[in-house]
Design a protein around this ligand. Structure first.
Ligand SMILES: [Zn+2]
Length: 213
């Protein structure tokens, strides 16, 4: 006994989402099948629109709304009020939104798009590390100084990623002594993620960041 082919196809698609296993995928698919409020139609149109109307900033890699001028760089990266020599390295978009909400940060961001998993030797290649390196190198060549704030989360993967980045940046550090690398303070308790931290905690983690090199 198996599901109807169209339903099975939807289940298979849902399992491609991060954190969704086959059972959860089946629950979602059945929910849509049984829904009577045109959720499927709304979802289908939202899925198409989000692809049509958003682009990734080619500088920091956050998702941004497409604009009339067809700019490929986001408003944060373009803002004249931002300190362009400070870059905070973050794992994912939700962390960026929360850091931004704290209102205590005035530099730019670099979205890695994930973390290094100690169990997956291929994981560094999936992150925007090369782009990060080139970006920091450009700033140093132009300004002679830069501050990098490592804001990966206080998890095993976040720590592994932060250490990896420090190693990646070592040649730049050797060439440019005015490259400062710091890490968000552990005001964030072990295992707690930026995405869920409140504004006061984020502010204290930023204020008390520890200099690495
Ligand atoms: Zn940007």
């Amino acid at each position: 006994m198996s599901y109807p082919a169209s339903l099975q196809k939807l289940i298979d698609l849902f399992t491609k989402f991060p954190g969704i296993g086959p059972r959860q995928a089946a629950r979602l698919a059945f929910f849509i099948t049984k829904d009577e409020n045109s959720l499927a139609e709304s979802l289908a149109s939202a899925l198409i629109q989000v692809k049509e109307k958003t682009v990734i900033c080619k500088n920091c890699f956050r998702t941004m709304e497409k604009n009339l001028k067809d700019l490929l760089v986001c408003s944060t990266c373009l803002s004249p009020g931002r300190n362009k020599t400070i870059i905070t390295i973050i794992e994912k978009e939700a962390d960026l939104i929360n850091l931004e909400k704290s209102g205590s940060y005035n530099g730019l961001y670099h979205l890695l798009g994930g973390v290094i998993s100690p169990l997956d030797s291929d994981s560094p290649r999936k992150l925007k590390l090369r782009e990060m390196f080139d970006r920091i190198k450009d700033i140093l060549e132009g300004q002679g100084q830069a501050e990098i704030i490592l804001a990966t989360n206080p998890t095993t993967e976040g720590d592994t990623t932060a250490l990896y980045i420090e190693r990646v940046l070592l040649p730049l550090k050797n060439k440019y002594p005015r490259l400062v690398i710091s890490r968000l303070a552990r005001g964030l308790s072990l295992g707690s993620e930026l995405e869920y931290a409140d504004e006061t905690t984020i502010k204290s983690a930023l204020d008390n960041r520890t200099q690495r090199t």
